[in-house]
Design a protein around this ligand. Structure first.
Ligand code: AMP
Length: 310
């Protein structure tokens, strides 16, 4: 089924204990699209880049079956740029630079062929842009998933709350869930955030996995794969989101049970993403790699218990 992805297509400069990069290709929508491409080939991208963005970055998206008709190119402007630094604890990072550049006044225009998409992934970017995308759809989609971050909570909270009220699934990390809800307990935070509109909330906890909550107080936990080295966590959340919605779109069911499965696929894609800098690891996976990785998740959490009544 058709998947529409909106989010940043960016340059990132990253520093981790393993090394440092100059400007490399990144962005929420880039990671989401690449990750989702292992599940569905019907991906339509909405984003904006400057004239400085290399053609081989666009080619890489095409090679993964991503439709870039909705990718605006502003020849005389600069691409969104983000720079971040991770310390030994790779679960937290410092944002060093965020240059909005082309994103500052981006007005997304959906090509006609995008307007009937059934699965919508509102990746991290300006809440007003996320809203403009929803406003241009011709019919009610089957599922809208949204990601955001503290940056937008700090500068555009009112707009953010309006979008959150219109989505089915919100994915944020634990720190952001606490900031958004004002609650330290993640269970209480989830209740408060679900009252803001979404039917489902996914709280990402980095190397400690992810929690899925729904309004009926059901909870599901998926671990992260224990890896010897996490090389670069940038894009892990987006790769997770891409695997999650890509698997949902390819299977066509939005039941809680299928969401649980999709979270495992999302976690598997995130585990690949962190093994190399930027998008490198996500660029050349095979179906066999994905299947084997998912099997490792199954093995990780499977156990037999017989409860004997006394
Ligand atoms: P993640 O590590 O999954 O949270 O996402 C990292 C990606 O998000 C990087 O490739 C950045 O280019 C992008 N990014 C960083 N800050 C922002 C922001 N304020 N809005 C949109 N995308 C961002």
């Amino acid at each position: 089924m058709s998947l529409l992805v909106v989010g940043t297509v960016a340059f990132d400069a990253i520093e981790t204990p393993f090394g440092k990069t100059d400007k490399i290709i990144g962005g929420a929508a880039t990671f989401i699209s690449l990750s989702a491409s292992y599940f569905t080939k019907n991906i339509s991208l909405v984003s904006v880049i400057g004239g400085d963005f290399p053609q081989n970055g666009i080619d890489m998206l095409h090679n993964h079956g991503v439709n870039t008709k909705g990718l605006q190119i502003r020849k005389n402007e600069k691409t969104f740029f983000w720079s971040g630094k991770y310390h030994n604890d790779m679960n937290t990072r410092d944002t060093l630079v965020t240059e909005l550049n082309v994103l500052a006044d981006f007005d997304p225009v959906l090509p006609e062929s995008y307007k009937e998409c059934e699965y919508i992934m509102l990746g991290n970017l300006t809440p007003k842009v996320q809203m403009r995308v929803l406003d241009q759809l011709n019919s009610k989609p089957k599922l809208v998933v949204m990601d955001t971050m503290n940056f937008w909570m700090n500068i555009a909270m009112d707009d953010l709350l309006k979008v959150i009220n219109r989505v089915d699934v919100l994915t944020i990390n634990d720190e952001e869930a606490r900031q958004l809800s004002g609650q330290y307990s993640l269970v209480k935070a989830a209740q408060k955030i679900l009252a803001m509109g979404p039917d489902y909330l996914i709280i990402k906890k980095g190397e400690h996995g992810a929690l899925l909550f729904n309004k009926n107080k059901q909870v599901f936990f998926a671990p992260a794969l224990p890896l010897e080295d996490v090389f670069d966590p940038t894009g892990a959340g987006d790769s997770f989101a891409g695997g999650f919605i890509g698997h949902l779109a390819s299977t066509g069911s939005t039941s809680f049970e299928n969401m649980k499965r999709s979270i495992i696929f999302g976690s598997a894609m995130a585990s690949f993403s962190v093994e190399k800098f930027g998008t490198e690891r996500l660029e050349n996976l095979s179906q066999g790699d994905v299947d084997k990785r998912v099997q490792r998740f199954v093995d990780l959490v499977q156990f037999d218990i017989s409860l004997v009544e006394k």
